[in-house]
Design a protein around this ligand. Structure first.
Ligand code: SAJ
Length: 407
């Protein structure tokens, strides 16, 4: 099959490469000329274990090519960002502008029998919106009196975990929601070519809501852990020991607290439910608020400790939004570090081993220097490198370990 993948980010690039190594002819489309050139030279612009090897072999096989423009194909997969935008009446409204732009660019290329799959996490109704756009702009494909869909349109939300994308792309079960059953079945055929997990069929709205539900479930559970960490701090209880013990119960499985919830998914997607049902989605909203509040709570903690010094050196370990990745988007660690620098309460030295010094928004220092110089050492991310720091070096320091790596 010839497949066009719109968007070559954390989802589009692995998916395009996987399809290419499975023998499909794939054109990956991205708005960035730099991304297109990087991929065509067999390299990658993001950090993800083993993705470089996959992309290189996909490009070398001749089956993967990147381009700024989409072209005619049998299948179009949309994997562009769906952030939220800020409007006057509703501060966190889903922004499907990139999806609409991608659809607009493929509209003239569509022909009878093509398959269009939306992979981007989307507010409920987006897949139907795509169908309406196709129906409106390509009315000639919809003959009067016919009930069959001329273009198969489905939502197959991505579910991969950054850091484990390649394994999860193949192993995870998938949900496919079609505009009609035939649309879902057609999409399932494609995913079967590389997905070993089960593929469950439903309608497009349920598939959209399922994806939002999965990430909201995680957000609510992380909020519970974050709330516990704040309560335990007040009560003088070690939250790490507490959670470990509570989790010995056969039906309790508390997640880990941290400096807040980052990334472009869990901190965003629950708002898509809240904005669709503002009166009813109360728990989901509160969980978001708890997780969003955590960075300012952490800052308060650091400031309290810093006030004991005249000119403290504050060492920050990690800027990424979670362990062992380079992704700084919506990162609470980055937010905290930036704020600390702006507050000018001391010198801030930062180590982020996964980001090249020139590419970070703040100056970086080697781990050894940060540990040596810091009066107050704050663990913001549980990167593997930090776990092996010699405990003897920490004896004289104030340690704020938000991920419990040195408990
Ligand atoms: N976090 C905690 N405590 C935890 C787990 C996570 O504080 O116990 C924090 C992380 O540090 C990070 C944030 O939450 O800041 C999110 O990290 P994550 O590992 O939970 O999730 P993501 O954003 O990397 O990926 C999620 C996944 N969703 C679920 O696990 C339900 C992934 O499967 C989705 O494909 C992805 O969102 C997505 O793209 O939607």
């Amino acid at each position: 099959k010839k497949i066009v993948v719109m968007g070559l980010g954390y989802i589009g690039l692995p998916t395009a490469s996987m399809l290419a190594v499975k023998g499909h002819q794939v054109v990956g489309v991205d708005v960035s000329e730099q991304v297109v050139q990087t991929i065509n030279s067999g390299k990658i612009h993001i950090v993800e274990p083993d993705l470089d090897i996959l992309v290189r072999s996909a490009v070398n096989s001749g089956n993967l090519r990147a381009s700024r423009q989409p072209e005619e194909a049998d299948v179009f997969i949309i994997a562009v960002p769906t952030p939220f935008k800020f409007t006057d009446n509703n501060p966190k409204t889903p922004d499907i502008g990139y999806v609409e732009a991608a659809v607009t660019s493929i509209l003239p290329l569509l022909k009878q029998g093509d398959l269009v799959i939306l992979e981007s996490t989307s507010p409920v109704g987006t897949t139907e919106r795509i169908r309406a756009m196709v129906r409106e702009h390509r009315a000639e494909l919809y003959p009067a009196g016919s009930h069959a869909e001329p273009v198969f349109i489905a939502h197959c939300p991505e579910r991969v975990l950054p850091g484990h994308i390649l394994r999860e792309l193949v192993d995870n079960d998938r949900i496919v929601g079609g505009i009609t059953r035939a649309c879902a079945e057609k999409a399932r055929e494609l995913y079967k070519s590389f997905c070993h997990g089960s593929i469950y069929l439903t309608d497009s709205k349920t598939a959209e809501m399922a994806k939002l539900t999965e990430n909201s479930f995680r957000d609510v559970n992380i909020a519970f852990a974050n709330e516990l960490s704040i309560v335990c701090d007040e009560l003088g209880i070690n939250v790490w020991e507490l959670i470990e013990l509570a989790n010995k119960h056969p039906r309790v499985n508390i997640l880990t607290p941290g400096p807040g919830v980052g990334g472009h998914c869990i901190a965003v997607d629950p708002w898509f439910i809240v904005s669709a049902a503002p009166q009813s989605a109360r728990l989901i909203r509160t969980a978001r608020e708890i997780n969003d509040f955590k960075p300012s709570w952490v800052l308060d903690k650091i400031v309290q400790k810093a006030n004991r010094f005249k000119a403290p050196v504050i060492g920050c370990l990690g800027l990424a939004f979670k362990a062992n990745i380079d992704d700084l988007r919506e990162s609470p660690a980055l937010e905290i570090a930036k704020e600390l620098v702006a507050m000018k309460i001391g010198e801030v030295v930062i180590c982020e081993p996964n980001v090249a010094p020139g590419l970070a928004p703040l100056p970086l220092a080697p781990l050894e220097r940060v540990v040596r110089e810091a009066d107050i050492l704050v663990v913001l991310v549980d990167h593997e490198e930090f776990k092996s720091v010699d405990p003897d070096l920490l004896k004289e320091k104030i340690v704020i370990d938000l991920k419990g790596i040195w408990r």
